[in-house]
Structures are given as C-alpha cells and as structure tokens.
Design a protein around this ligand. Structure first.
Ligand SMILES: [Zn+2]
Length: 145
C-alpha cells in the first residue's frame, strides 16, 4: 500500500513551540531520512511533530528535543516552499500553472505516480505525508475544482 492511500489519522496534533502552528505527529522513520548527519544520530523514540510553517525555524520537535529546519536535508537542498517533494514541484511552480491554466497535466502526473506507488512521501516529505491534499488546497484558493 502506498503512503498516499493510507488512512492517516489527524487526531494527534501538537502546536509548534515557536509559532503555535498546528503540527501533525509523525513516525521517527521519516526523521531518519530527513535530518542531516550527524544530527540524525540524536533522534530518539519520542513522539515528534513537524512544523509546516516555512517562515518558522522549528523543524521537528518532541516534548524534550527540537531540530531546526536548517538541519533537514530538504531545506539544505532548497529554500523553495515545496508542494511535492517526491517529484520536485514547488508551490511557486504550481501557482504559476494554476494562473496560466496548465496545472492539469502536472496534477495528473502526480496522481498517476501515486497510484503506481512511485511516490515516497514518507521519506521525502518532511511532514511524512502525502502532498495531494495540499494540491487541492491550492486549487481551491484559485477557484479550481
Ligand atoms: Zn513553527
């Protein structure tokens, strides 16, 4: 089963200690793939959550540990706000596609790959979650369905 078809519970929420953004809890499996060496050796079996606010310095946090975004591999590679980490689609790129009406092939590509279980959200996306919901949120804000 691909990560995107898993029924993800949204019950467990924490609030970022810095910006108070609601954050979803995640498995330490995702952290192991996201945090740069040598900080990835300090990950414990705690309950971690990811702060999705791009302007906030907090990356992952648990009740006893905080890892800043600058220690994450995804943020070292790029400071862009990413929409889909599996296929390197930035929010800016999708926003332009929505404005010019060329977004459908992009979204269809992502949906297609997701169906083929070629996505890797659990390890690629710092939030450990599928990005398809985020695509829909952006479409709604542009009046698309
Ligand atoms: Zn935050």
């Amino acid at each position: 089963m691909s990560c995107c078809s898993a029924n993800i519970s949204k019950k467990v929420r924490s609030h970022c200690p810095k910006c108070d953004e609601p954050c979803l809890n995640m498995s330490s499996h995702t952290l192991l793939h996201q945090v740069q060496f040598p900080d990835n050796q300090k990950i414990t079996q705690d309950d971690y959550a990811f702060c999705p606010n791009h302007l906030c310095h907090v990356g992952y946090f648990s009740p006893s540990h905080m890892i800043p975004k600058q220690k994450l591999r995804a943020f070292k590679e790029s400071q862009k706000a990413m929409l889909c980490y599996c296929f390197d689609i930035s929010e800016h790129l999708y926003q332009s596609a929505l404005e010019s009406g060329t977004f459908k092939p992009i979204k269809e590509f992502v949906i297609q790959q997701t169906k083929l279980a070629s996505c890797a959200c659990e390890t690629r996306n710092p939030s450990g979650r599928c990005c398809l919901a985020h695509f829909k949120d952006m479409e709604k804000s542009y009046g698309h369905r």
